[in-house]
Structure formats: C-alpha cells, structure tokens
Design a protein. Structure first.
Lengths: 177, 177
C-alpha cells in the first residue's frame, strides 16, 4: 500500500477472456492496460506557394527539417490537433483545406494524418520544439536534411495533388517502408 | 519491491519539462505514461448492393447493429486493421476500395477511419463479438437499432459517395455530436 492508501497496480501479461492477444492485466483489480497505435496529425501548409518547414530542436532527428506535426492529444479532434501543432512548432495559424494523406507506420505503431492547409499570414516563428522555421519554394526544399520518410512522402504527394480536382487521400507510397 | 525484484511504478500527475499539460509520471524512474486517443478502423462493405452489418453480442450497445469496426492494434496498418475486424466480427473477407471518412469523437478520445469496401464473397458468419450478421438493402437498414452515431454517419455518407467519381474523405457531419 502506498501512503495514499491505494495499492500500486501489479501487471502481468496474459490473454484476457474473449480476447486473442496478450495484454498487461493488473493481478489485483483486473484492469487491462490496452496499448494501441498513436495518431500523429500534421500539415503541408502554404503561404504564397511556399511550404512551411520546421528545423527540429529536439531528438529524434534534431537539426533536420520536418512538417509541423505531432501526437494527437486526448479530447482533441484531428483538425484541432493539426492546428495546435502548427502553432506550437511554428507559431503559424493554419486554415485546413482537406485531408492529404493517411500513413501507417506499423514498426513504430503510428498512424499519421496529414492535411493540406494554407497559412493565415506569413508570420511564423520558431516554437520551443523548433530551432528555425522557414517558407520554402519547391525547388529549395532541403531534401537532404528531411527528418522522417513520411515528411518526404507528404511533400511529394502534396505536389502530386495540386493537379487534381478531387482525390482520395494518399497512403504509404508503394516504394515506402 | 515485488517478488521479481522490480519496484512497481509510482505515478503522480505532473507537467514534464518542455511539455504543457499534465501527464502521469513515475516518481521512481521518470517514465511518462502518455495517454493519447485511440484509433477505430472499420468498413462499409458491400456484397451485391447489400451492406454488411453485425448485431453486437457485447456491451456497449449489445443487441444493436453496427458496421464491422474496432480498435487498431499495435504493429498494424489501418487497412489491415479494417480487414481483421471484418473477419473477427463477421467472418468476412473484404477488399478495401478507399477511405470513406475520418471521424473525431473527442468526448471519448477516439478517431475513426471508415473504409469503403466490397466482400470477396457472400459467405459471412457471426464472430465471437456478434450475435448475428446480415447483408442489408439500403431500404432495409435497421435505422432504429443502430449502435452508434458514427455508424449512421458512415452509412449516410457511403450513400452520398456513390454518386461521386472522386471525393475527399467525409468527416463529422455538421449536425453530428
């Protein structure tokens, strides 16, 4: 018992009744600690034909360039999460246009939802997780210094989407992962 | 110390350095137990113009009709999750056509990805979480006995999507939630 009178959970790995895979189950109270993939929300956001990128101030991939994106929080819609991340990482206010892509990254149990968006203005600034933010012409994107494969996918698929009136969201490219 | 020589985690609620919201942090080792929304994957799956529905054998909403859908598991792509759920709940093999809709349900911290799909055959059968499965003409959908609002949204938006060559995925209807 801890000082507050509650026991700490005592997890062991077992297959709960009616389930078909192992979960962490508390031996004391039966609580099942389900672990599921996490959702990353982000955007390809434009200002006058230039794309917003952020240079990461934190690991992983510190110093490399990324799109504004991050984990969806409890109680948040996917659109609000993408807006929050643009603000947190680049002090940017974005207007979401539509869903550009849904990526599954099973190796790290992530699902990424990337939106096509525009900036409300060209006023941007590095937030606490960015060393630098910038607006890049397509021909000046720092391809050699992109942080994650999914950032490259989203950029290339954004480019591909510009000629399309309507389209289903993109997913992992066939040559990806 | 427990019998295996490890201490149980001792969580307290605090804002980690560099974060902006409270998390459960272990006072002993600093482990941060991030909690994030969960992903539900499912499908509107057709066989000869009829829609696959499942009558729930479990709570919540036992006895009500739903689309085959459930929580995405660790290490799984969204498409594979939707296929697995169709098999588990209706012993149905589905061919995914495209993403129909993405719903955010912030109240319960869920994001639902619903696909448009077809069945490989008309062979279906109730899995362990279903009391009954069926293929329904649009005019015979049991609207009064639908399990969840998102099921109704997906059905109506599936109907709307049939006249469209291409379209962005639907999201929460404006009159929803």
């Amino acid at each position: 018992m801890s000082e507050n009178g509650f026991s700490a959970p005592k997890f062991s790995t077992t297959i709960p009744t009616g389930d078909d895979r192992e979960r962490a189950v508390c031996e004391r109270c039966g609580f099942i600690d389900y672990q599921n993939p996490k959702i990353v929300v982000g955007s390809v956001a434009l200002w006058k034909e230039k794309i917003l990128l952020c240079r990461r101030a934190i690991e992983p991939r510190k110093g490399f360039w990324t799109l504004p994106a991050g984990y969806l929080e409890l109680g948040e819609s996917v659109e609000n999460g993408a807006r929050r991340e643009a603000w947190e990482e680049a002090r940017a206010r974005i207007i979401i246009e539509r869903l550009l892509a849904v990526y599954s990254v099973p190796r790290i149990s992530q699902v990424q939802l990337m939106f096509r968006a525009t900036l409300e203005s060209g006023d941007i600034d590095a937030g606490p997780e960015s060393d630098e933010v910038g607006l890049f012409d397509w021909d000046h994107i720092p391809w050699a210094d992109i942080a994650f494969p999914t950032v490259g996918w989203a950029l290339r698929q954004w480019r591909e989407s510009r000629g399309l009136a309507e389209f289903p969201p993109f997913s992992n490219p066939v040559d990806g992962l």
